[in-house]
Write a protein that binds this ligand. Structure first.
Ligand code: SF4
Length: 371
C-alpha cells in the first residue's frame, strides 16, 4: 500500500516528494544563478553542491541587501524534546558555514516551551534538561560566542514574551488553525506558541532599532512557522524573514526522516560506540535478501538509508560516492561491508564530537541569553 506523505513541523511520514513539497509550500528551488552567487562567498560548499540545501524564500533579497552593505543575521533552532541526533546537526553546520562566509550574527532558539506544550509526556524539568544537553551539541560544533547566542524561550522569557505579544496580537486563531491544523482540543499554549517562534526573526531589529534582514536555514518541515512570521512581521514594520531549506536525513528504518521518537533508527550524539554499531548494522538497506542475489542483481542505493548517510554527511568525495553508487548497483559490494564502513565513520565522528561536547560544558554560559 502506498504510504501518504505527511510533512508538518511535528510529523514526517511516508516517501518524501520534495518537488511536491516545494510546490505545496510555495518555495523556490535554488537555481544555478543563485548557487553561483552563494559560491562567491562560500566557495565549493558540500551542502549546496549535493543539493541538501535546495530551496529558499527571498535568498536573492538577502544577497542583494548584503551587497548593498545591509548585513543580515542568521536564525534557526531546535525543539529540545530529547537528545540531538545527527540529522539535527545539518542545519547548524550549514549555518556555521554561512556565518563564517558572511561574518554575521546568529541566534539559535531552543523552543523548550513548545516541547512542553506539545508533548504530553514531557515535564518542564525534562525540557530544561534537554535544552542544556542540546546546547552542548550546538556549541561542540565550534561557534564563536561573540557572534552566536542561544535562546531558551523559558530562560529568556522576559525579552521574548514582550515581543511575542506583538506577534500574537496580529495573529488570528483562524490563521493558526489553517497553517497548523489545530482543533478545539488543542491547548491554548500551543496556539500561542508560534508567536514565540517568530521573535528571533526580528529580535535583532528590535535590539538595534533598525530593520535588519534575517536568514533562516532550516529543515523543510519547519516551514509553516516561518510562513506565519513572514505574514505578520511586515505588519509590525520588519522585513519578512528569508529562508533556505534542507532535505531530511532519513532514519535507519524504512522511509521517513530520522526521528527522536524512534530511537532504534536514530543515531544520537550521546550514543556510545556499541549503540552506534548495533543501530547501523541493523539498518534497513536497499540490498537483496542473499549474497548471491546481491552479486547477481545489485542493490538499490536510491532507497537505502546507509547510502543516504554517506551522501548527507559521511563521504565528502563525489568520486568515491559515485563509485559506491555504481558498485552497489552492480552487486560489487555487500551490505554488511558497507554498513561496517559507515559505522566506523560515524563512530569516529561522534567520538570527536563527544569530546568537544564535554568541553562545551565549561563555556556554555558565554552562549546562553538570559534575563
Ligand atoms: Fe545500501 Fe551499501 Fe547495501 Fe548498496 S551495498 S544497498 S548502498 S548498504
Amino acid at each position: 500500500m502506498k504510504e501518504t506523505m505527511i510533512v508538518t513541523p511535528w510529523e514526517v511520514k511516508g516517501k518524501i516528494n520534495y518537488d511536491k513539497l516545494v510546490k505545496n509550500f510555495g518555495l523556490n528551488l535554488i537555481d544555478e544563478n543563485l548557487y553561483k552567487r552563494l559560491e562567491k562567498y562560500l566557495g565549493d560548499n558540500f551542502f549546496l553542491r549535493r543539493k541538501i540545501f535546495f530551496a529558499h524564500r527571498d535568498l536573492d533579497f538577502i544577497l542583494n541587501e548584503f551587497e548593498k552593505g545591509n548585513k543580515f543575521y542568521l536564525y534557526n533552532g531546535r525543539g529540545p524534546s530529547g537528545h540531538t541526533h545527527i540529522g539535527h546537526l545539518i542545519s547548524f553546520m550549514f549555518a556555521k558555514q554561512l556565518q563564517e562566509a558572511f561574518n554575521v550574527k546568529y541566534f539559535i532558539q531552543l523552543t523548550d516551551d513548545e516541547k512542553f506544550l506539545f508533548k504530553e509526556e514531557l515535564s518542564l524539568e525534562d525540557v530544561e534538561k534537554f535544552t542544556y544537553e542540546n546546547a552542548l551539541d550546538i556549541i561542540a560544533l565550534g561557534f564563536d560566542p561573540e557572534k552566536t547566542k542561544i535562546i531558551s524561550d523559558l530562560k529568556y522569557a522576559k525579552t521574548m514574551y514582550k515581543q511575542a505579544l506583538r506577534v500574537a496580537k496580529k495573529l488570528t486563531f483562524s490563521t493558526a488553525k489553517a497553517v497548523f491544523g489545530f482543533t478545539n482540543d488543542t491547548n491554548v499554549g500551543s496556539i500561542f506558541f508560534t508567536s514565540m517562534q517568530s521573535v528571533p526573526a526580528f529580535l535583532e531589529s528590535v535590539k538595534q532599532k533598525k530593520k535588519i534582514p534575517c536568514l533562516i536555514p532550516h529543515a523543510i518541515d519547519q516551514d509553516p512557522h516561518f510562513r506565519v512570521a513572514r505574514d505578520i512581521l511586515p505588519k509590525l514594520g520588519f522585513y519578512k524573514p528569508a529562508s533556505i531549506q534542507c532535505k531530511f536525513l532519513p532514519g535507519l528504518g524504512k522511509g521517513g526522516k530520522m526521528s527522536s521518537s524512534e530511537p532504534n533508527t536514530a543515531i544520537f550524539t550521546t550514543d556510545n560506540q556499541k549503540d552506534i554499531e548495533r543501530k547501523v548494522m541493523n539498518s534497513f538497506t536497499g540490498g537483496k535478501d542473499t549474497k548471491e542475489e546481491q552479486r547477481k542483481f545489485g542493490g538499490e542505493p536510491e532507497i537505502c538509508p546507509v547510502y543516504q548517510y554517506f551522501y548527507f554527511l559521511f563521504e565528502e568525495d563525489d568520486e568515491k560516492l559515485k563509485m559506491l553508487y555504481n558498485n552497489c548497483k552492480k552487486g560489487k559490494i555487500l551490505c554488511g561491508d558497507c554498513k561496517k564502513e559507515l559505522s566506523k565513520r560515524i563512530k569516529k565522528f561522534l567520538a570527536e564530537h563527544q569530546k568537544k561536547r564535554m568541553k562545551a560544558k565549561k563555556i556554555i554560559g558565554k552562549f546562553m541569553l538570559e534575563d
